[in-house]
Write a protein that binds this ligand. Structure first.
Ligand code: DX5
Ligand code: ZN
Length: 217
């Protein structure tokens, strides 16, 4: 069963709590939270204080995607705020293994993410140590961008690499996921689909999530 993780970057920011409750009722599996600090990506979003406040709204896993430089400095804060999965970018981590270890030290699932142009060879050595690999299918920074089709064979190759490992880390895809491409993404081997615009631009979240799930499974 493939999972849907609505990205609240595309939700109504004045009503994050209600939006989370609404997508949970509509069948969301995880809540994807995009953290940006204006250095690694050209946008600024939210930090641990907001995540901690939102933690009370749901029991769904918080899938926290850190698009920040020097992630080591903030792992403890995001763990304390209630993140369940903490994903860092390979392009932003100088000592990837150390940061992955740190995430696990706080009892959280450790994810590593790759930008569209970053080759899989950059993470081959860390794969046995991680819980999740996040393949970006847009250049990170904004919701509502178009899926970059050349990432599909990369997803398929990533899936093969992961399935050869004893612990089989999860494969997640983020960026431009919609009803037209989600079946192809699932066929390529992704298991968790982040979806921002394709859920929150609809008035009916139940229908939007149900259609994505049907197409993905
Ligand atoms: C992009 C973020 C994504 C984004 C996805 O930097 O990491 O999670 O919110 O939004 P959509 O599905 O609209 O591309
Ligand atoms: Zn994201």
């Amino acid at each position: 069963m493939n999972l849907i993780a609505p990205s609240i970057l595309s939700a109504d920011g004045s009503r994050f709590a209600e939006e989370i409750v609404a997508v949970e009722k509509a069948g969301a599996d995880w809540i994807h939270i995009d953290v940006m600090e204006g250095h690694f990506v050209p946008n600024i979003t939210m930090g641990p204080a907001i995540i901690s406040a939102l933690r009370k709204t749901t029991k769904l896993p918080f899938d926290v995607h850190l698009m920040i430089e020097n992630p080591d400095r903030y792992i403890e804060s995001f763990a304390a705020a209630g993140a369940d999965i903490i994903t860092i970018h390979v392009e932003a981590a100088n000592h990837l293994h150390r940061t992955v270890d740190l995430i696990k030290k706080y009892g959280k699932k450790a994810g590593v993410s790759l930008n569209p142009a970053t080759p899989l060879t950059q993470i081959e050595e860390i794969l046995p140590d991680i819980d999740l690999l996040l393949i970006m299918t847009v250049n990170p920074g904004f919701g509502g961008q178009q899926f970059i089709k050349t990432t599909l064979p990369k997803i398929a190759r990533a899936s093969q690499l992961l399935s050869a490992l004893p612990d089989k880390p999860l494969l997640e895809v983020d960026g431009g996921v919609n009803l037209k491409n989600i079946a192809d993404i699932a066929r390529a081997g992704a298991r968790i689909m982040v979806a921002g615009n394709s859920i929150f631009s609809n008035s009916d979240y139940i229908k939007a999530i149900a259609e994505l799930k049907t197409a993905a499974n």
